[in-house]
Write a protein that binds this ligand. Structure first.
Ligand SMILES: [Zn+2]
Length: 117
């Protein structure tokens, strides 16, 4: 497992881009999400597939399924990427890219689209 560089505190644009790379690796290595529930009709902005998007569990839904160190890494990355009240984090299981999902509107954004929000 690579050493994760976890920063607490102020989130800068660089930290966010690092967090995107790190959550991508983390999701692959830990085989997330643990609940493999298909979401249909949301298109991946990277590869265009519309049947491979999965919603990632928020960290507190994985208590007991990850070890304490991984929980801390995941919670830190999640908070750094900071999904909005109306969105959640997801992943495309085809191209493995992490995404921000807007379930009500039925679309997904790349996480780096929101770097400057
Ligand atoms: Zn994709």
């Amino acid at each position: 497992m690579p050493g994760y560089l976890v920063n607490f505190g102020v989130t800068t644009a660089l930290d966010r881009l690092e967090a995107i790379e790190q959550i991508k690796l983390f999701v692959i290595e830990n085989d997330l999400p643990k609940t493999d529930m298909g979401i249909f009709g949301i298109r991946c902005p990277y590869c265009g597939k519309s049947d491979r998007i999965r919603k990632l569990e928020p960290p507190d839904a994985l208590t007991g399924r990850l070890n304490a160190r991984d929980m801390l890494v995941y919670a830190t990355l999640w908070h750094q990427l900071d999904p909005l009240d109306v969105s959640c984090l997801g992943v495309c299981r085809f191209c493995q890219n992490p995404l921000e999902l807007f379930m009500n509107e039925g679309h997904a954004k790349t996480l780096d689209e929101s770097v400057n929000r």
